[in-house]
Design a protein around this ligand. Structure first.
Ligand SMILES: C[S@@+](CC[C@H](N)C(=O)[O-])C[C@H]1O[C@@H](n2cnc3c(N)ncnc32)[C@H](O)[C@@H]1O
Length: 205
């Protein structure tokens, strides 16, 4: 079971998100447990009270970008501790003294680390074996293999004059796989040239 500690001034922010959908289901199934610690300052004492070992993450707008690779790393661990900053900033000695890695969820500034911690927890928990239902698969999601996923279509085949691409209704699995691969490549090239360049690099190595 993965233990996720969240040190926050606002534990109530987490009550609903940790109780529903995949994070809630994973907790019910005993795959994860959440411990919310109302003790933002000083972070040192909070981490000591929790007896938390690494990885300790300080959510920070100037952190390294949080990524799928980090989510995988946290999902295979036993414990993850997230420190949510608030107000102007967190004293740098917290990250330095606790050996915390600073992670950012994007190039923008939030009012506090709580929404960032929610993003990290959700991304990690859905990777735990047994967290997703049979019909859901992390392996076909964006970023799993470094590319964006192709667009998804469900039923009905025609809705408000918009049709599901004919190939997806053809039943021809090879053609469907080729369409999905081409769409994944197109979207990644168009929307994330940084990921596309990495993908091309990896292919030439
Ligand atoms: C107002 S922000 C502090 C911003 C800081 N003065 C800066 O310029 O980098 C308050 C807290 O929100 C959280 N936070 C803000 N933006 C974030 C981001 N992009 N990713 C992760 N956490 C973020 C951090 O925990 C931060 O300590």
């Amino acid at each position: 079971m993965l233990t996720i500690n969240v040190v926050t001034l606002f534990p109530e922010v987490f009550a609903a998100p940790f109780g529903v959908s995949i994070p809630g289901r994973a907790a019910e199934r005993g795959l994860v447990r959440y411990r919310l610690v109302l003790k933002p300052e000083p972070f040192f004492e909070a981490v000591e009270d929790l007896r938390a070992g690494p990885p300790i993450v300080l959510l920070s707008a100037r952190g390294r970008p949080f990524s799928h690779q980090a989510a995988v790393r946290f999902a295979v661990g036993k414990e993850l501790t997230l420190l949510c900053g608030h107000y102007k900033d967190v004293d740098q000695r917290v990250a330095d003294g606790l050996g915390a890695e600073e992670l950012s969820i994007g190039d923008f500034v939030l009012s506090g680390g709580e929404p960032a911690a929610l993003c990290v927890v959700d991304a990690v928990v859905r990777l735990l074996p047994g967290a997703l239902g049979d019909h859901e698969s992390a392996a076909s999601d964006s970023h799993y293999d470094g590319l964006l996923s192709p667009p998804s279509y469900t039923r009905p085949p025609s809705y408000r004059g918009m049709d599901v691409p004919a190939v997806l209704l053809s039943g021809d699995h090879e053609k469907i796989a080729a369409w999905r691969a081409a769409e994944a490549a197109r979207l990644t090239r168009e929307r994330r040239p940084d990921l596309w360049a990495k993908h091309l690099d990896a292919q030439t190595q």
